[in-house]
Ligand binder design. Structure first.
Ligand SMILES: NC(=O)c1ccc[n+]([C@@H]2O[C@H](COP(=O)([O-])OP(=O)(O)OC[C@H]3O[C@@H](n4cnc5c(N)ncnc54)[C@H](O)[C@@H]3O)[C@@H](O)[C@H]2O)c1
Length: 316
């Protein structure tokens, strides 16, 4: 199958590229390298086709989608903080980009588009675990744009021959996640701090919890979504169905590095949600998805990867 991966130079996108190549698909990547890196694709550069460009530019997206049977759409402005600072640009990239991808996929005669959505669409949940029928309550421009992309995804299914699905990722972690901003994935930041022998900065009391899903499980959900029978634009949670507190992560990390890691507590961040946990019944039913990587195993693999990175990669 010919597959286009938008955002393929990013954290999750580059793992998708690896998995597609491993199963023999032909892969094209569309990325503008705003947050993704060439390093993430260096090991497979000779095996992929790279289109350097922006998902906001329809002609570029059409060129990238030509001849593709399916699209995995990961490209986005992914920082919630940035989405508050640049709401219009976030809308253009995340919602406008999704519209372009869906249009180009339809024009190219693709049969499936899988778009990356987010658990952020739920806002601050009252009841856990979060099923897809929970009313969306976006708390940021980022979440609003992800919801808008989901709507387009559903609508695009009306087009002959095109089927779509939106995967609502929970908190993804693993190798290649960029730890360089204070808004990066918390595990990436804690790892950097632990490796450098520093304490971890915890916003709030550390008892807040998230459904942390290892990147290879997210990849598998995408491959299952590529190959599934018609999904009709539905939204599907991708998580583990469990949740882990920040204090527990610090404790586990301490065990892995062989010494206790100090937590430096700072004021809770405005807008941070307290707990999050996916109900993955729909993913099980429609995709046959089952998370396969235990949290501790994912943490160990990720720590090993960060240990091997040059120090310059991030400030933790
Ligand atoms: N990491 C998570 O925990 C998480 C959780 C929920 C949803 N998601 C979603 O998963 C997807 C991938 O996220 P990630 O964590 O790998 O982030 P990432 O920043 O590593 O990847 C995003 C990629 O998109 C590219 N990109 C950004 N704007 C672009 C544009 N205008 N044109 C072309 N390419 C562009 C970037 O260069 C980067 O390679 C995103 O859609 C994100 O919203 C991620």
């Amino acid at each position: 199958m010919n597959v286009l991966v938008t955002g393929g130079a990013g954290f999750i996108g580059s793992h998708l590229v690896d998995a597609l190549l491993a199963r023999g698909d032909a892969v094209r990547v569309l990325d503008n390298f705003s947050t993704g890196t060439r390093t993430n694709l260096a090991h497979c550069a000779a095996q992929i086709e790279l289109v350097e460009g922006d998902v906001r530019d329809l002609a570029t997206v059409e060129r990238a989608a030509q001849g593709c049977h399916a699209v995995l759409h990961e490209a986005a402005i992914v920082s919630v903080a940035e989405s508050f600072m640049r709401p219009e640009e976030t809308r253009d990239v995340n919602a406008g980009g999704a519209a372009n991808v869906l249009h180009a996929a339809r024009e190219a005669g693709a049969r499936r588009v899988v778009i990356a959505s987010s658990c952020a669409v739920y806002g601050d949940a009252r009841a856990l675990p979060l099923g897809e029928s929970a009313p969306p309550a976006p708390l940021s421009p980022y979440a609003e744009t992800k919801l808008a992309a989901e709507d387009q995804c559903r609508a695009a299914c009306a087009a002959k021959g095109l089927d779509t699905v939106a995967l609502r990722y929970f908190n993804v972690f693993g190798p290649r996640q960029d730890p360089s901003s204070e808004y990066s994935g918390v595990i990436a930041r804690f790892m950097q701090a632990a490796i450098a022998g520093r304490g971890c900065t915890v916003y709030g009391d550390g008892r807040q919890s998230r459904d942390f899903v290892f990147v290879s499980d997210v990849v598998r959900a995408n491959l299952l979504a590529l190959d599934a029978a018609a999904l009709g634009g539905v939204a599907i949670n991708v998580g583990t169905g469990t949740r882990t507190s920040l204090l527990h992560i610090i404790h586990r990390l301490g065990n892995l590095v062989g010494k206790e890691i100090a937590a430096a507590f700072a004021a809770a961040r405005v807008g941070d949600i307290r707990h999050s946990q996916a109900d993955i019944a729909r993913a099980r039913k429609l995709l046959g998805y089952e998370p396969a990587v235990a949290f501790g195993d994912g943490l160990a693999v990720t720590l090993e990867w960060y240990r091997q990175q040059p120090k310059a990669r991030g400030r933790g």
